[in-house]
Design a protein around this ligand. Structure first.
Ligand SMILES: [Zn+2]
Ligand SMILES: [Zn+2]
Length: 572
């Protein structure tokens, strides 16, 4: 047993003791022993006399020695016999720890979710000391929510998990390279699980390290080609790790990226040539198997140009790729970001820090768009502060000859449809974004009146996050997107793809319609911090799903052309 596993076992003993209602000093002793091990830089093998280490007592030392020698602890085994294992599952409910679970177990006979639900419904939980009516209601609510747990989880949640897994994969030496596959690679808004394709010569060692380093609820299956685990997170997300040799890595990645429909089309194409395509490569009639260096090479083999993962949905992509390179936006087309916040409103960095970070991403320009005066929760700028900021931006801009910092604002469209600054203030800025941040429950007619007023203003160039949705959290307000697209077209206003992983607003479905209508698009991160700037990648991936061509996205344009767009809005 390694150190991490031993610490886990000590914590589990402490938890069981707590549930059992043992003396708190005894419980604390196990936690303290775990902490002492964690803080000691030596490996387990290097610690000879355990009870001499501060924080480890005589009895905890015995338990640790037993764990090291036998791989199990008789103390823990006895506790596991005594206390129902299903109680540990209740730890996933908000607000419950060992102490509270123990109380409900000992005094009410609660052993799992069902018995807890009964106890709550009968009002027994709120009568226990230390529990109130509120706690009982919360518990009941989350128990009911978990019953209707959505099968598909939103991309911000899954991206977060994937990034944690990627950090672990990067730390494993026997991993030559890896990529996420499946729905996440195709930038779908919702997905059921995560997939990774890993190139390694030693799948067993990689599996072992993944199990050691990831918070895992259960290893569902383990072999040389694949390991499936369930993560120890509130949704017990399942991850498939596929192991590939260098020769078959590209084929595996293509295969497990999907979509299913795209793979069906590829199989059909192979079949026409009396070949078979699979995760191992292309099998010819004579039984020989061809492997490929890259996904590009596989498409080339079929006489096609490369199809980016987000365009692999089994529609017309194969036919288009046979005709030549696809005209789809790429991350490298993006020349700047036109929506960001600084410490002047609710951002976490100064104007200079934000500008410098944008510049160091290789952008030619960025636009500062803090919040406007009515958004008091976000420290919105009064007209005076805005004009003062405008001067400051101009000064900062003087430092650069390879980068332009534009002066802008994210102006609130107020509940009655009026705008947050007079035109005379707006006329002093390079770029004006309008957006809705209040009175979300208004009916469609009023929401549309607000958006129409904004579009018809001669200075408003862009409507930001047009639907106000937050993925997995809220639907947004009652907007008629088709009508908004018409208004945008009529007034020459652009619409945003807000690339923040929490929003992706407009969705790729609507974005295709924006392009079809001939309305211009801006892909912006709405960054309130440096890290958020990275979501530009996700924004571009979403635009690829929508089939967006670079020339329709204003922040792919060179600085001069963008400035023309800033200046020439038809006056209404
Ligand atoms: Zn906003
Ligand atoms: Zn914003």
């Amino acid at each position: 047993m390694n150190k991490k596993q031993i610490i886990n076992q000590l914590d589990t003993i402490a938890l069981y003791l707590e549930i059992k209602g043992e003396n708190p000093f005894k419980v604390a002793a196990y936690h303290r022993a775990g902490l002492a091990l964690e803080n000691d830089p030596r490996s387990m093998a290097g610690m000879s006399d355990l009870s001499k280490i501060k924080g480890i007592g005589k009895s905890t030392a015995q338990v640790i020695e037993e764990l090291m020698a036998q791989g199990e602890s008789s103390v823990l085994l006895a506790l596991e016999k005594d206390i129902p294992h299903s109680l540990l599952d209740l730890l996933r409910l908000p607000g419950l720890g060992g102490k509270k679970i123990g109380k409900m177990y000992r005094e009410l006979g609660v052993v799992d979710r069902d018995t807890l639900k009964d106890a709550c419904e009968q009002g027994k939980v709120s009568q226990l000391a230390g529990f109130g009516k509120k706690t009982e209601e919360h518990l009941l609510q989350s128990l009911n929510e978990q019953l209707h747990r959505p099968k598909e989880l939103p991309i911000p949640y899954m991206l977060d998990l994937a990034e944690k897994v990627e950090r672990v994969l990067r730390s494993i030496e026997t991993v030559s390279r890896f990529a996420h596959a499946g729905s996440l690679r195709r930038a779908k808004e919702k997905m059921k699980d995560l997939d990774f394709v890993i190139e390694t010569a030693d799948p067993e060692a990689v599996s072992r390290q993944l199990i050691e380093k990831l918070p895992i609820h259960e290893v569902v299956g383990q072999g040389d080609a694949k390991m499936t685990v369930q993560l120890d997170d509130p949704n017990q997300v399942s991850i498939d790790f596929r192991f590939a040799t260098q020769e078959i890595y590209a084929s595996m990645l293509l295969h497990f990226t999907g979509s299913k429909d795209h793979n069906v089309l590829l199989r059909r194409l192979a079949k026409e040539r009396n070949e078979k395509i699979s995760e191992y490569g292309i099998e010819r009639e004579d039984g020989s198997v061809q492997t490929f260096k890259s996904e590009e090479d596989i498409y080339r083999y079929f006489g096609m140009s490369f199809i980016p993962p987000q365009a692999r949905e089994g529609k017309s992509e194969l036919d288009l790729a046979k005709k030549g390179p696809l005209n789809l936006i790429k991350l490298s087309d993006i020349k700047g970001d036109l929506h960001m916040h600084s410490t002047w409103s609710d951002g976490s960095h100064t104007i200079s820090e934000m500008a410098e970070a944008m510049r160091s991403r290789g952008y030619l320009y960025a636009c500062l768009t803090d919040h406007s005066q009515s958004l008091r929760v976000a420290n919105g700028l009064s007209s005076e502060r805005l004009l003062e900021q405008n001067e400051k931006v101009k000064k900062i801009n003087e430092h650069y000859d390879d980068f332009t910092l534009f002066s802008g604002i994210e102006m609130d469209i107020l509940p009655d449809g009026s705008l947050d600054y007079p035109n005379e203030v707006l006329s002093r800025l390079d770029f004006v974004i309008a957006s809705i941040h209040s009175s979300f429950s208004q009916d469609k007619k009023q929401i549309m009146k607000r958006l129409e007023n904004a579009c018809r203003n001669p200075y408003v160039r862009l409507i930001a996050h047009p639907t106000g949705r937050m993925l997995g959290k809220r639907h947004g307000y009652a907007v008629d997107v088709s009508r908004l697209i018409e208004l945008a077209k009529e007034t020459g206003t652009a619409l945003e793809l807000n690339a923040s992983r929490f929003r992706l607003d407009l969705s790729s479905e609507w974005l295709s319609k924006v392009q079809e209508a001939g309305v211009k698009i801006a892909i912006n991160t709405d960054s309130h911090s440096l890290k958020m700037m990275e979501d530009m990648k996700l924004g571009v991936e979403t635009a690829i799903r929508a089939g967006i061509e670079p020339q329709n996205v204003i922040n792919t344009w060179p600085t001069d052309r963008l400035m023309d767009f800033f200046k020439n809005k038809k006056a209404f």
